[in-house]
Design a protein. Structure first.
Length: 75
C-alpha cells in the first residue's frame, strides 16, 4: 500500500476566503494570482500584528494575548 505524505502549505488562510473578500469588494471575477497575492499580503500583515501583540502581552507580564493587545498592535 502506498502512503502519500500530506503536503504542508506555508499558507494559513484559504484561497476561497480571499476570493470572497475580493468579490465583496466588488470584483466580478478573481484570478488565482490575485487570491494568492492577497493571501500573502494579509498573512504577512497578520504576522506583524501578532508579533507586536505578543510583545505587548509579555511586557504586561502575561502569557495570554488579549484582544486589547491586538487592537493596540494595529495602531
Amino acid at each position: 500500500m502506498l502512503f502519500m505524505a500530506k503536503v504542508q502549505s506555508k499558507n494559513i488562510l484559504p484561497a476561497a476566503a480571499m476570493e470572497k473578500l475580493l468579490k465583496k469588494a466588488g470584483a466580478d471575477r478573481v484570478s488565482e494570482d490575485a487570491k494568492d497575492k492577497l493571501r500573502d499580503v494579509l498573512e504577512e500583515y497578520a504576522e506583524s500584528i501578532g508579533s507586536k501583540a505578543v510583545r505587548l502581552a509579555v511586557h504586561a507580564g502575561r502569557k495570554t494575548v488579549k484582544a486589547s493587545d491586538v487592537k493596540e498592535a494595529t495602531k
